[in-house]
Design a protein. Structure first.
Length: 71
């Protein structure tokens, strides 16, 4: 997949459905230094919706793990 297509997909794909936080936002805060689940949640507000993070926490952890593999 091209970088442009991935970028568009990241903007459209919601990681946190409750707060409508896109994958692009999560990736951005991870690249800016949020290296833990708690830091990502604090920076974005993910996990603070009605589900309490049950839906987005596994997705955020996957993105953190993928980020660590890229380093």
């Amino acid at each position: 997949m091209s970088d442009l297509n991935q970028e568009v997909l990241d903007k459209l794909t919601k990681v946190c459905i409750c707060k409508a936080i896109p994958r692009s936002t999560i990736k951005r805060v991870i690249s800016e230094g949020a290296a833990s689940l708690e830091k990502v949640q604090k920076a974005t507000g993910a996990g603070s919706g009605p589900c309490g993070g049950r839906r987005c926490t596994p997705k955020i952890l996957e993105l953190l793990e993928a980020s660590n593999k890229d380093k």
